[in-house]
Design a binder for this molecule. Structure first.
Ligand code: SAH
Length: 444
C-alpha cells in the first residue's frame, strides 16, 4: 500500500520571488471574525503596528524553512509587524524582507507559525483547503482498502498542520490541534461534508496539543447525527469504536498493518498483549491461532469494548484472558510468578510528547522492555513500539538494545515497523514519524 497523495498546490519558484520586498504586495486571508476573537492577543514581539502584518525572521533563521520544515519557532522570530491575531494567515519573511511562506500565526505558542503554503501566489482560502483536503482523500483512495477505517488527513504531512481526520465507515472524526486550523474549523467541516457525504462529522478536539496552543478542549457533533454504534472492519475483523469517549479519535488506525503482521506469527504461541486498548493485537493473534492471549490495560472501558469485540467476531473466548492492570506492576508480578510467553506485544501510550521528556520516557521504555525480554521464552518474539514524538527511531533502538543487554538476552531485529500508509510522513517533517516499532526474536 502506498500513499499517492497528489498535491494540487504548485511548487514555489524561489528564483522568481527574487528579492522583492514582499510587504509591497501583501495579501492575506480575511480577518477572523469568529470563535478566535476570544483568543485575540497582541504579538509577543511587536514591530511596527502600522506596517502590513507579517512575521519577520532573525537573520539566518530561515534555514529550516528553506528545507521545507513547516514550523516557525518563537526563537527564530525577529518581530511581528502589524497587529495580527492568532489564527490569521501571515507572510513569513526572511530578515531581508523576502517572502518564504504563508503561515498560520499563533501569538501564544512556542510554535509561532505553521506553514500553509510556500507559494506566494496562492491565496489561503476555502478553495485552498478544498484542494488540500481533496488531495489527501484522493491519496487514500489509492491505498489497499483493507479497512473501513482510514486516516484521511494527517496534519503537517498532508500539508494541513493541526488537522486530523479519521474515517470509521460513514462517520468522520475531526481533531483540531492548532490555532491556525481552529480558524478554519467550519470550512473544514463543510469541505469534508461535501467531499465524503458522511452520516456524521464528530469533533474530538481534546488532544494535549490544544493546551500548548492555548485552545480550549471541545468535543461534539459538528454535522449530521452520531449513530448509536460505530464500527470499523479491519482485515475482516470487526471492532467497536467509541468515537465520543474512546482514546484519540476512538481507535488506533496507525497499528493496522502491524496488527496484521502479528496474526501471521502468532500460531501456537502463548501471547502477552500489554496496553491492549480495545483488543486490537489480541484479536489478530487469536485469529492467527495463538494458543492463549493474556491482554492487559489500565482502562476498564477499553477492556469492556475489547471483550465485546471478541464476541462480535465469534472468536473462542477460552483462549483469551483480560486483565485490568498497570502494566509496569503487572509485568513484575508475572516475572515473580515465573510466567513466560512465546510472544509479547508492548504498545504503551506516548511517554514523551516532545524531546524534552525523552530521558524520563527512555527509563519507562527500558523498564517495560527489560521485563518483556525476561518474560520471553527462548526463541520468543517481542513486538515493541513507541508512539512518542520525542523519541526517534535511533534512540528507541538504543533503548531496546540496552534493555536486552540488562536482561541478559541476545536478540535480532526481524522487522522495523511504522504506522500504516494512511499516516504518511512528509519527508521534510521527520516529527511526523511518531510511531516506530521493532519486531525482535530472542536467541533460542
Ligand atoms: N495496542 C492498542 C493501542 C494501545 S494505546 C491497539 O492496537 O489498539 C495505549 C493503551 O495503554 C491505552 O489503552 C491505555 O489505556 C493504556 N495504558 C496507559 N497507561 C497504562 C498503564 N500504566 N498500564 C496499563 N495500560 C495503560
Amino acid at each position: 500500500m502506498t500513499d499517492k497523495t497528489k498535491r494540487t498546490p504548485s511548487t514555489p519558484h524561489r528564483a522568481s520571488q527574487g528579492n522583492r520586498d514582499f510587504r509591497k504586495r501583501t495579501r492575506r486571508d480575511t480577518p477572523p471574525a469568529d470563535a478566535l476573537a476570544s483568543q485575540v492577543r497582541s504579538a509577543p514581539i511587536t514591530g511596527s503596528a502600522s506596517a502590513p502584518a507579517a512575521i519577520l525572521l532573525r537573520e539566518g533563521r530561515e534555514k529550516s524553512l528553506l528545507r521545507r520544515h513547516p514550523w516557525v519557532f518563537s526563537g527564530a522570530v525577529e518581530r511581528i509587524d502589524g497587529a495580527p491575531v492568532s489564527g490569521q494567515t501571515l507572510p513569513v519573511l526572511d530578515s531581508g524582507g523576502k517572502f518564504i511562506a504563508w503561515a498560520a500565526y499563533n501569538a501564544s505558542s512556542q510554535i509561532t507559525a505553521r506553514i500553509w503554503s510556500w507559494n506566494q501566489d496562492e491565496a489561503i482560502d476555502a478553495d485552498f483547503f478544498r484542494r488540500r483536503i481533496s488531495a489527501a482523500v484522493a491519496g487514500r483512495a489509492g491505498l489497499e482498502r483493507a479497512s473501513s477505517g482510514m486516516r484521511l488527513v494527517h496534519a503537517e504531512s498532508d500539508g494541513l498542520p493541526g488537522l486530523i481526520v479519521d474515517q470509521y465507515g460513514d462517520v468522520l472524526v475531526m481533531q483540531i490541534g492548532s490555532v491556525g486550523a481552529e480558524h478554519w474549523r467550519e470550512t473544514f467541516a463543510d469541505i469534508l461534508q461535501s467531499l465524503c457525504s458522511p452520516a456524521c462529522i464528530y469533533e474530538r478536539s481534546d488532544s494535549d496539543s490544544r493546551t500548548l496552543e492555548g485552545l480550549e478542549l471541545r468535543c461534539g457533533v459538528l454535522r449530521g447525527t452520531l449513530p448509536e454504534t460505530v464500527e470499523v472492519i479491519e482485515h475482516g475483523l470487526h471492532f467497536g469504536v467509541d468515537v465520543a469517549e474512546g482514546q484519540k479519535t476512538g481507535f488506533y488506525l496507525d497499528q493496522r498493518d502491524n496488527r496484521a503482521l502479528t496474526e501471521t506469527m502468532s500460531s501456537g504461541r502463548d501471547v502477552l498483549n500489554c496496553f491492549c486498548y480495545t483488543g486490537g493485537f489480541s484479536l489478530y493473534a487469536l485469529r492467527g491461532g495463538a494458543k492463549s492471549v493474556l491482554s492487559m490495560d489500565a482502562s476498564s472501558d477499553a477492556l469492556r469494548i475489547a471483550r465485546d469485540n471478541l464476541t462480535r467476531n465469534g472468536l473462542n473466548e477460552s483462549r483469551a484472558e483480560w486483565q485490568e492492570a498497570d502494566v509496569f506492576q503487572a509485568l513484575r508480578k508475572l516475572r515473580d510468578q515465573g510466567r513466560s510467553f512465546d510472544m509479547i506485544i508492548l504498545d504503551p501510550p506516548k511517554f514523551a510528547p516532545t524531546a524534552a521528556f525523552a530521558e524520563k520516557a527512555a527509563r519507562g521504555y527500558k523498564d517495560i522492555n527489560l521485563l518483556g525480554f525476561k518474560l520471553l521464552r527462548p526463541g520468543g518474539l517481542l513486538f515493541t513500539y513507541s508512539c512518542s514524538g520525542g523519541i526517534n527511531e535511533e534512540l528507541f533502538q538504543k533503548i531496546i538494545a540496552g534493555a536486552a543487554l540488562d536482561a541478559g538476552v541476545d536478540a535480532q531485529i526481524i522487522h522495523h515497523l511504522h504506522a500504516s500508509p494512511d499516516h504518511p510522513v512528509l519527508l521534510s517533517f521527520p516529527e511526523g514519524a511518531y510511531l516506530k516499532g521493532l519486531a525482535l526474536r530472542v536467541a533460542g
